[in-house]
Design a protein around this ligand. Sequence first.
Ligand code: IPE
Ligand code: IPE
Ligand code: MG
Length: 252
Amino acid sequence: MSSSNSASGDIDIDKEKLPTHVAIIMDGNGRWAQKHLFKRVRGHEKGAETVRTIIRTSRSIGIPILTLYAFSTENWQRPKHEVMALMSLLKKFLISECQEMVDNNIRLNVIGQVEKLPKDVQETISETKAATAGNNNLLLNLALSYGSRAEIVESVQRIAAKVKNGDIDVEAITPDLISDHLYTGGMADPDLLIRTSGEMRISNFLLWQIAYSEIYVTETLWPDFSKEEYLEILKSYRNRERRFGKVPLQGK
Ligand code: IPE
Ligand code: IPE
Ligand code: MG
């Protein structure tokens, strides 16, 4: 696929008001397939094309961090053939996109229980991460076997071990310390959380990190989600008044 694109040229996006971190719950692949009388896997395949489009668009307009919820800890409970199809699609996707990520200065990071993924997928992730490690344009976080509660538990366990070893005092446990021990440690929290296909729920995604995120739910099914709709959402984000608990116009 080509590494060129023109997304930055044809939109009027005020860079100053762009979110630093966009997180997306990519939902609706199954319903898209059902609507077209296809098997669910076809929906995931079509969904992978949307992933490509949204990564390209994010990079070309200058979003610094994009986090995509691709597979949850709960998704392991799906029928085995669907889980296997998703894993093989993931591997194929990483292999086919690696060069484009290198060419476009995109760094891949994975958040989630990587050790639970099939060995070959883990290897492909390691290779892609290594190939893109020096890149600093877009940080692409893929949430794989990701669950926010598991992430928080892991972080609490690591902090408790430090207290037990005498490395830190109990008083040193602050919101910042907890943030630093999450998979997203060191990253800005999402400014904008998008969920496709209309469900009004969080589904165990970034529970800690979205404390003050702006939420946008669209009815569009993920395979039908377009660059144009994404840009519209980014534009509408500019008109959100973020108060962080203060009174209007008091600012951040
Ligand atoms: C999202 O689409 C992809 C994953 C969760 C892996 P779904 O597969 O959840 O699609 P629906 O919700 O059944 O339509
Ligand atoms: C959330 O979608 C997980 C991903 C998008 C990877 P689900 O389809 O798994 O969520 P629920 O089951 O509708 O809450
Ligand atoms: Mg779903």
